[in-house]
Ligand binder design. Structure first.
Ligand code: NGS
Length: 399
């Protein structure tokens, strides 16, 4: 009798155990499954208005790779998606004509400051006037490339954005003539964060890269704050062997670098360096820290150093507030920054967003998204970050 009861109990226990095991395994498989990116398709084409635009379909809950590391296959997968998007009217240079052209060779003499000094237009013009200034030779979506020479780089300028229209107008009015003079193949992406969540500058940059690569085989990315305007034409918007910090000398800081590891404002990455760093972090909500994190990614994950143009060239004007207040400083930024979390576990591969639409304006491509804010507790649990006392950064000597 006793023997029988023990056998039945043992039998029930083993069934429960097997079921639990099955449940855990299926949960794990679900979690690790890679969801492929959806491709947008055109839903409407508005003509006749001052701002001619193509609106691209609403896509809900787009998820990027769920793998823990970015592989070469992932890059290839993104690049192959370019072909699928020929349907979108994104004008590209005709390869046959283009390949017969000489390589563009933009260079400027160091002696003649009247040529390289940029005259900044400080008037805030309406969009239709800015279009009249610079839109006449732009392809839809603000794509521009030289007609008389071929470029080796295809540049996407990714601008993080929320509710700063006067800044955007000044930015567009100034950046278009600057980039055309440098003879670049470029497109400007404005990644706009909807909703009431804290601003996440870094995640918006990742979104920009993911969406841009679906359109065209961009191989150079410049991540740009909307309030910075380059003042010197020798500050060439190209990518090099190493990630570059572009906004070295800003007028607001008396044209001096704030600290030697500063990596905010404007940065340039080749596509492979960006993938190699697993993009920007997604865990900085509110102001501060994400650029320092990116600096650490370059050094620790990519195992490269950053590069800069000289202070005399990498000069910028910062557009002053125009009634704009910066986001709330993130109280947990130092804890995250110094936690030594694994960069493979957060970045481009964990960039999740709700894509509302993509609008092909005359001067730029607008990407409207909502981001899902993670609490610090969720971030801590996900990345196994220990609680610690807030520590101020050690600012290194100015260089
Ligand atoms: C550091 C911030 C960076 C920021 C830099 C310059 O303290 O994100 O100041 O800011 N790092 C942390 O908070 C950890 S600025 O003076 O340009 O507004 O970019």
């Amino acid at each position: 009798m006793f023997q029988n009861r023990r056998t039945i109990l043992l039998f029930i226990c083993s069934i429960v155990f097997v079921q639990a095991l099955y449940y855990i395994v299926t949960l794990q498989v679900k979690h690790n499954q890679t969801r492929l990116i959806n491709f947008p398709s055109i839903i409407s084409y508005e003509q006749g208005s001052d701002i001619e635009k193509i609106i691209v379909q609403d896509i809900k809950n787009v998820t990027y790779f769920n793998n823990t590391s970015i592989s070469k296959e992932s890059i290839r997968e993104l690049k192959s998606s370019v072909d699928d998007l020929i349907s979108i009217n994104f004008t590209k240079p005709d390869p046959i004509i283009y390949n017969s052209l000489p390589i563009c060779n933009f260079s400027i003499s160091n002696n003649d400051s009247s040529i390289y000094k940029v005259t900044i237009n400080k008037d805030i013009n309406p969009f239709n006037i800015i279009e009249k200034h610079h839109g006449f030779d732009l392809h839809i979506g603000g794509h521009w490339f030289p007609k008389t020479c071929q470029t080796e780089q295809r540049l996407a300028i990714i601008v993080c954005y929320r509710n700063r229209e006067p800044h955007l107008k000044l930015f567009l009015d100034n950046i278009h003539p600057f980039l055309k003079q440098q003879q670049l193949d470029y497109t400007i992406f404005i990644v706009n964060q909807h909703g009431y969540e804290q601003f996440n500058r870094a995640m918006l940059f990742n979104v920009g890269v993911i969406e841009a690569l679906k359109l065209y085989s961009f191989n150079c990315f410049i991540f740009h704050d909307v309030d910075l305007l380059p003042e010197d034409l020798r500050n060439v918007y190209k990518c090099g062997e190493k990630p570059r910090h572009m906004s070295v000398a800003v007028d607001k800081f008396h044209y001096r670098l704030l600290y030697s590891t500063l990596f905010g404002g404007v940065t340039a990455f080749s596509v492979s360096d960006f993938m190699g760093a697993n993009g920007y972090p997604t865990i900085y909500w509110g102001w501060g820290g994400e650029d320092d994190d990116m600096y650490l990614r370059v050094v620790k994950k990519l195992k490269k150093s950053i590069t800069r143009y000289p202070v005399s060239i990498a000069r910028y004007k910062m557009i002053r507030t125009l009634n704009h207040t910066s986001g709330k400083p993130n109280p947990d930024r130092y804890t995250i920054l110094y936690s030594k979390y694994n960069y493979d576990h957060d970045g481009l591969n964990t960039t999740n967003y709700k894509l509302h639409n993509i609008v092909f304006n005359k001067l730029y491509i607008l990407i409207n998204v909502t981001l899902k804010e993670e609490s610090f507790e969720q971030i801590r649990m996900r990345l196994n970050i220990k609680k610690r006392e807030t520590k101020k950064p050690i600012r290194k000597k100015k260089v």
